[in-house]
Design a protein around this ligand. Structure first.
Ligand code: BMP
Length: 211
């Protein structure tokens, strides 16, 4: 079954906790990024840890190895279970995130190709393929690939094999859940769920139509 991951890009702590709690029975993980953490602080993890779901820190870490290590240590010490990092900074820097994740019993995912239209300016022409190859060589747990371009997911799948592919871009960005769910291990969905009149009902609906 393809996982359903809630991208919790809300700015209000109480609303975020409420949405996550109501959706919890229908989702497999919660992705927390800069919008929520900058609004609430890392202590938002304490509010979400009671859900019993994996918490993914989407900080798209992209610095030198030492700084990546420091960031990753802070992320896992706060109670996150996984981290998302960029690979374009090089294998040594990406590997720093992977090593910290694995030392904490967690997971690390490398962005191979992004979902927005502008991503094609830099990720195409072989770059995404190189990033996917780097993710494999760094022993990352998987990659992030765009739900808006299923053909690209298939291409990147050839490179990463059995590794996890998590895919954002379903719904608000135009990606089709049914198409993408067949290709990936998890779909990341934000606005379609948390902007719905009834987020829990929408999460339940999405959880039923994914494969
Ligand atoms: P939404 O379903 O509202 O478009 O949210 C998608 C989520 O996935 C956002 O948190 C966004 O930052 C993230 N994301 C993305 O959309 N495309 C990428 O290529 C990588 C991402 O992390």
């Amino acid at each position: 079954m393809t996982e359903l991951i809630l991208a919790l890009d809300l700015l209000d702590r109480k609303q975020a906790a409420r949405v996550a709690e109501s959706c919890a029975p229908f989702i497999d993980a919660v992705k927390v990024g800069y919008p929520l953490v900058l609004a609430t602080g890392l202590s938002i993890v304490d509010d979400l840890s009671g859900l019993g779901l994996p918490l993914i820190a989407d900080f798209k870490v992209a610095d030198i190895p030492n700084t990546n290590r420091l960031i990753s240590e802070a992320v896992f010490s706060a109670g996150f279970d996984a981290i998302i990092a960029h690979g374009f900074v090089g294998a040594d820097a990406a590997r720093a995130c992977v090593e910290v994740a694995h030392n904490h019993g967690g997971a690390a995912y490398i962005v191979a190709e992004m979902s927005h239209p502008g991503a094609t300016e830099f990720f195409h022409g072989g770059v995404a393929e190189r990033l996917a190859t780097l993710a494999v060589s760094c022993r990352a747990d998987g990659i992030i690939a765009p739900a808006t371009r299923p053909d690209r997911i298939s291409r990147l799948r050839e490179i990463v094999g059995e590794k996890t592919i998590y895919s954002p871009g379903v719904g608000a960005q135009g990606g089709d859940l049914d198409t993408v769910a067949r290709l990936v291990d998890g779909v990341i969905v934000g606005r379609s769920i948390y902007e719905a009149e009834d987020p829990a009902a929408e999460a339940e609906r999405l959880s039923r139509i994914r494969r």
